[in-house]
Structure formats: structure tokens, C-alpha cells
Design a protein around this ligand. Structure first.
Ligand code: ATP
Length: 239
């Protein structure tokens, strides 16, 4: 952990009704990089990113973003600072149109001021969403809903975009497109924190990856290096 990290998480603890799901978790994300959290089901990945996004209050530890302590702030305050979560399961508003879903991503003060420009930008990035701007979110395909969830996140002008299981339930071709998109957003300057079950593909693009077990980081390193790690091979790659 260094003073130049965009995000740093130290000793994080969080849980549900007294049961801790995250217990003393440490990791950091350097600006402009892609960081990946991997781990078995129930390891605490979603809880971790929900805390960073302000959706769950931590019971211990410190979160710093861009030099400021932001521990325990709520979602609007985190979004205002530039942290946006694209949640697991997409959480598209089914009875709202594509365009209305996008506008829901732009409720913070900074992004609201640039709404027209940001809408043009996401429609240029996702022409399919532009074509279907009047279609109900719930009638979009799984891949289109994932696209819409990412586009809605971009409407908030994130500096750190957190994506929780973006490839879940998608066809292999759409998974490849989603990983390509994540690379592209990163190349455009957005720092990425990715939670993934798809360990092989996510480690390939990770500048830094963290393996979580029982609410703690048990292993970390450059993504491609971890692909060769004996524990990672046995636990996640079926080798
Ligand atoms: P997955 O890959 O299955 O999504 P995960 O690593 O993201 O798993 P979490 O969803 O953070 O793990 O769950 C960590 C622990 O917290 C699990 O034991 C889970 O059962 C528990 N948990 C998660 N959400 C809740 C909740 N709303 N109420 C009670 N316990 C919860």
C-alpha cells in the first residue's frame, strides 16, 4: 500500500447481523490499473465491494479513496467522489426504458451537470443502446442488460468503476466482449475493480489480483503470475 493508491482498504470488517463476512481484509488499487478480486462462493467479495460502494456499513477498518478517508460514507457520497458499482445481477429497472435507466445513473451533482454529453458518449460507445433507447429494460437480453448496467455506471462519470460478476450468465462470446469493454474503459482512464468467477480470463487482464478466502486476502500478485500459482491452479482452474 502506498500513498499514491487510488483506493486502499485496510483491516476491513463487515457482516450481517453479527456474523462477519469480511474480517480484516487489506488491498489497494493503483490509479489507472485493473484490480481483480477472486474467491470461492461466499468468500466475501460482494460484501467487500458493497462496503466500498457505500451500500453496507463496515464494522471495522479503513477505506481511503484519492487520499481521503471515506469509511462508512453512503452510496451518494461515494458516487460523488467517483466510485461507481455495477452490481451483481445488473439490477436493471425492468419497467423503465433504456434511456430512463441511463438517467438513473446520473443523479449525482457532478454527472447531472454533464448529462447530455454523457448520454451522447454512452450511445456512441453502445450503438445498440442508442437504437433501443425507448425499449423497456426488462425486455433486453442478458448481454444487453449487462451493457446497459455498465453504461448506467458510466453516466456517473466514475474514476473507479467496480464491476461485480459482470460475466455471470452470459454466453462465451458476450463474456469476451464484456472483458474487451473493460479493457477499453481502463485504456480510457477509468480504474477498474473487478469481482469475477471467471478466474482465468479475469487474471489475464489483472494488473493486480487478490484471492479472498473467508473474508481475508490470502494471496495477491500480478494476474498473469497468479495464473501459474499452484494454489490458484488447484482451487480455481481445475488443474
Ligand atoms: P459469491 O461468489 O457466491 O457471490 P461472495 O464472495 O461475493 O460470494 P458474499 O456474497 O460477500 O460472498 O457473502 C459472504 C458471506 O456473507 C456468505 O457467507 C453469505 O452467505 C453471507 N451473506 C451475504 N449476503 C448476506 C445477507 N444479505 N444476509 C446474511 N448473510 C449474507
Amino acid at each position: 500500500m502506498t500513498t499514491t493508491d487510488l483506493l486502499s482498504v485496510q483491516g476491513l470488517a463487515a457482516g450481517y447481523g453479527g456474523a462477519l463476512a469480511v474480517r480484516g481484509l487489506d488491498f489497494a488499487v493503483a490509479p489507472g490499473t485493473i484490480a481483480v478480486l477472486v474467491g470461492a462462493n461466499g468468500a466475501g467479495k460482494t460484501t467487500t465491494v458493497q462496503v466500498i460502494a457505500g451500500a453496507i456499513r463496515p464494522s471495522g477498518g479503513t477505506i481511503r479513496f484519492d487520499g481521503e478517508t471515506v469509511t462508512g460514507l453512503d452510496c451518494p457520497a461515494m458516487v460523488d467522489r467517483g466510485i461507481t458499482l455495477v452490481p451483481e445481477g445488473r439490477l436493471i429497472f425492468a419497467r423503465m426504458t433504456v434511456e430512463e435507466n441511463l438517467l438513473m445513473g446520473a443523479l449525482n451533482r457532478r454527472a447531472a451537470a454533464n448529462l447530455a454529453r454523457n448520454l451522447d458518449r454512452v450511445f456512441a460507445l453502445f450503438p445498440r443502446l442508442a437504437q433501443r433507447r425507448g425499449q423497456l429494460g426488462g425486455s433486453m437480453s442478458g448481454g444487453e442488460q449487462q451493457m446497459l448496467a455498465i453504461a448506467r455506471g458510466l453516466m456517473a462519470e466514475p474514476r473507479l468503476m467496480i464491476l461485480d460478476e459482470p460475466s455471470l450468465g452470459l454466453a462465451p462470446k458476450v463474456v469476451a466482449e464484456t472483458f474487451g469493454l473493460i479493457r477499453q474503459l481502463n485504456a480510457e482512464g477509468i480504474t477498474i475493480l473487478l469481482v469475477e468467477q471467471n478466474v482465468r480470463q479475469s487474471l489475464q487482464l489483472a494488473d493486480r489480483a487478490f484471492v479472498i478466502e473467508k473474508g481475508r486476502v490470502v494471496l495477491s500478485g500480478a494476474g498473469p503470475t497468479l495464473l501459474d500459482d499452484p494454489f490458484v491452479k488447484t482451487a480455481f482452474l481445475g488443474l
